[in-house]
Design a protein around this ligand. Structure first.
Ligand SMILES: [Zn+2]
Length: 107
């Protein structure tokens, strides 16, 4: 049987200088720079800037990491982890063609 294709290596956003990059720590998928759930607000801003000329590539990258994160997080916590919808909102739905980087405050 063919094995499912693995998603991309989470190397984006690229590091800025010698600061700790806002890339995910696996298998928890928290940001290695600030400890927040990845992609943190800083990572989203950097990803939007880095993929500005190719939003389709960002969507594909995020969808691939959604697949990888679902694999890791459900292996870690099969009964009480985030729902697929929560993971989709976190990894994919904020990206190009969807929503602003940060949701507007409620009215
Ligand atoms: Zn971060």
């Amino acid at each position: 049987m063919p094995q499912p294709r693995l998603g991309p290596y989470p190397a984006h956003p690229r590091p800025c200088g010698d600061r700790t990059p806002h890339t995910p720590l696996r298998p928890m998928w928290c940001c290695r720079a600030d400890g927040r759930p990845w992609p943190c607000a800083e990572a989203r801003l950097l990803l939007k800037a880095e993929f500005d000329a190719d939003p389709a590539a960002l969507t594909i990258y995020l969808a691939g990491l959604y697949h990888e994160a679902a694999h890791d997080l459900y292996q870690l916590n099969p009964y009480d982890g985030p729902t697929p919808r929560e993971l989709f909102e976190r990894f994919v739905a904020w990206g190009p063609f969807r929503r602003p980087i940060i949701d507007p405050p409620p009215p």
